[in-house]
Design a protein around this ligand. Sequence first.
Ligand SMILES: Nc1ncnc2c1ncn2[C@@H]1O[C@H](COP(=O)(O)OP(=O)(O)OP(=O)(O)O)[C@@H](O)[C@H]1O
Ligand SMILES: [Mg+2]
Length: 481
Amino acid sequence: MSETTLHQLCRLYTNLKAEDIAILEKVADTLPQYAELTGNYMYIDCLLQSGDHGIVVAEALPRTPDAAYKDRVLGKLVFEAFEPAVLLCHKTGRKSLKHRAITQEGKVVEQSVIPIYNDSHEVIGTLIMEADRSEESSAPNGGTLPIKSMDMGPFSDNPMVADLLMEIIFMTDDQQRLVYANPSGIKFLHEIQGERDWVNQPVGHVLPFLEGLLHHKEEVFISEVLAGQRVLEVKKVHMRTKRNELEGLLFIIQDLTELRLKEKELLKKSVVIKEIHHRVKNNLQTVASLLRLQMRKGLSVESKSHFEDTLHRVYSISAVYELILANEDADQDDVDVIELTSKIGSTMMLNDLDHQIEFRVVSNGYTLLASSRKAVSIALIVNELVQNSLKHAFPHQAGTICVEFKVKQEFIEMHISDDGKGMEGYTRSLGLDIVRNLIVNDLEGEFVYKQVKKGTHASIIFPIHDEILVHSVSVHNRVGD
Ligand SMILES: Nc1ncnc2c1ncn2[C@@H]1O[C@H](COP(=O)(O)OP(=O)(O)OP(=O)(O)O)[C@@H](O)[C@H]1O
Ligand SMILES: [Mg+2]
């Protein structure tokens, strides 16, 4: 152990005076001999300036094969939550001998901690001796510490593994009297019943919400109970001696109050979202009714056709909300794009009495899920392009309109084609402007008309992202009627 390292670490990170550091250096000089003599790991820890954590300022490893693989910890911080015995010793001068602990590195060790004093009897550091016990304890029961070996008695000075756990832990004796609570348990007791003494009191009196669980005969019994405003998950375990006599009860309690509150909030939110979707859908239906009412008042042929176009646009947005509302999961507002396309197309075919059109949707086995926002854009695009085919492609009544989906690498392709008269020399109008705008600005994609022998083939390509996912691949193609 280099003298300067200890000196440097102490000077940089602790409040120790030069004479205190000199004392530590003397102790540190002897560490290698002790490590050698006992076959144990030796450390000196000091308290950081902040006083809340420690730091390893000296270490010595025995010359064993295991030690060769051990991580060096010199200069590392020692956190109270992981090594409570060390911090306790720093703060109170209390020693603890040969207690089991789990170190910050996750090793099970037998640890002894004693204080190092200066001439004024102040604790200036702790001397720690650790024997690796991980193999012993992992062999019989897969790495878990047997409860009995943790020395769970309430009056023991030694810190225990249970002290490190976040869960609330209580233990009773064979008469169901409370004999141990870990720090979380003590905090809980204070909150629930104030400063009253609980040691050796019947557990059912101290914690009445456990009363109902006491008569259950199962070795391990798990239940959710209410304690005032709190929701608790309680695990009750029978602890037995080697001769299988009941020695006491172990309660492991988790406070689920916050979790349950959050779940309730989420549920409320999803109900509200569903309600909003309902209102949007109803409002869209009102808009459609108003348009239809106006159309019945008698319009010029040209105006009528504009009204019809608008009506179709409203219908296609409404289809998105109908699908969301039909979804079983209240909090899911994902829309199945292929279902949406089938719905819009088939409604259009039903309303069109002038043509005999076969409408097909080819999914190629993909399921595409879009957020409601993106689904509205896709619905409008499908509406405009299928409507165009229906309106302009078939002067001779019959034909086929097909919407096909493909997925290539990171992109989704949507092909909308008909076998009609083709669109040579067309003049662009609002419909195609809407389409182009939505594809470029909302889907961040591209739109081209492909050259085809017969009819029109519009091809749209846009990237897969958070709001439009290829969810899964199924085997069948869906065909619109
Ligand atoms: N599938 C198609 N087959 C034949 N011609 C088409 C096809 N799609 C579009 N066209 C031609 O392109 C023109 C522009 O289409 P666009 O959708 O922009 O306008 P529109 O359908 O006439 O009116 P609206 O603005 O109501 O959609 C159409 O008027 C039509 O001549
Ligand atoms: Mg159009």
